[in-house]
Design a protein around this ligand. Structure first.
Ligand code: ZN
Length: 331
């Protein structure tokens, strides 16, 4: 519960006399056109470029955050400034100085004018700026523009219900399978993330999962196996992205992930029965490609963001060789 005259944990949602205000509504802190593979989404319009936006603020404070410059400032202000009025003033000032004013209509127009097929709500947690994202999603939908969330999995049941028929894809980070990791490193709860993943899947939102493999923090065979088996227990067709960590933010003393470790995780995913396992953030010798689980034909070839659709029929979403249905959003 956010007390009157305060912001919540993320620092961007403010209670004014019982009414909640989203301080970052219409204020985009990061705006780019990215390959959809960067999200990462590999079973969604291969090779597409998508409008990508994020705001300030986050409900997590991951010590390894790659976007800490935008995700953490409101929380840091809250830690440093305890006077509620001054706190609000400082947060608003920081939002204004670090963001550009973009209405949902502005974002949709940009996307339509540039003939981009989708808008991705990314960089920080989109649940944080849900009202802003949702209005943009609904406006974009009228013009046939698809939408993507890149999320930490902390959407509420109510939020996912709203997204059910409106969001086209979500990539959720499953950062660890350890309660302690989520608590100490992210300031969050594992259980909520697992519930978020299960519920988004249940609501038929196309879902892919990402695990950033951090040496000595979440890279034991047992933990990787638990993650892979959890995903497989929901559906073996959910793609699992295993990505390499590079020292960032408050984890500068941790080594980058080795190629061997990522390949080990890849094998663990395959052994758990997952049909689509991908290694990212390094040149992975064909472990970024999509292969048909039935006949092993090369369906989509990827070298970083160089994408070549091979034996996948995008119109039908089937393998051209054996007609196997390949799950995803292909057109
Ligand atoms: Zn096939």
């Amino acid at each position: 519960v956010i007390p009157n005259g305060s912001t919540g944990l993320c620092g961007v949602r403010y209670n004014n006399e019982g009414k909640l205000y989203l301080l970052v509504y219409g204020k985009t802190a990061s705006f780019n056109v990215d390959p959809v593979e960067k999200k990462p989404l590999f079973h969604f319009l291969p090779g597409a470029k998508v409008t990508s936006i994020g705001t300030l603020g986050c409900n997590f404070h991951c010590l390894f955050c790659q976007n800490w410059q935008i995700s953490q400032p409101p929380r840091e202000i809250k830690e440093q400034e305890k006077n509620p009025e001054k706190q609000l003033e400082k947060i608003n000032k920081t939002i204004d100085s670090m963001s550009q004013d973009l209405s949902p209509a502005d974002i949709v127009s940009f996307t339509a004018e540039n003939k981009l097929p989708a808008i991705s709500y990314t960089y920080n947690e989109p649940a944080i700026f849900f009202e802003y994202a949702f209005d943009t999603i609904m406006l974009g939908k009228k013009q046939g523009i698809k939408s993507i969330f890149v999320s930490n999995g902390y959407e509420s049941i109510e939020a996912i219900d709203l997204l059910e028929k409106n969001l086209d894809a979500i990539n959720i980070d499953l950062k660890s399978f350890n309660e302690k990791f989520y608590k100490e490193i992210c300031g969050a709860k594992l259980e909520n993330v697992l519930e978020g993943i299960k519920y988004a899947f249940k609501k038929n939102i196309w879902i892919e999962i990402t695990t950033l493999v951090i040496p000595k923090h979440n890279d034991s065979k047992e933990e990787l196996k638990s993650i892979a088996e959890f995903i497989a227990s929901i559906d073996k067709n959910i793609p699992w992205h295993i990505t390499a960590f590079f020292p960032e933010y408050k984890m500068l003393d941790v080594d980058s992930t080795s190629r061997e470790k990522l390949f080990e995780a890849y094998n663990i995913g395959k052994e758990a029965g997952l049909n689509y396992v991908y290694v990212g953030n390094i040149l992975s010798e064909e472990k970024e490609n999509t292969y048909c689980p039935k006949c092993n034909s090369l369906l989509v070839k990827r070298i970083y963001y160089d994408i070549e659709v091979k034996h996948l029929d995008l119109k039908t979403g089937r393998c051209k060789e054996c007609n196997e249905k390949i799950p995803g959003v292909w057109v």
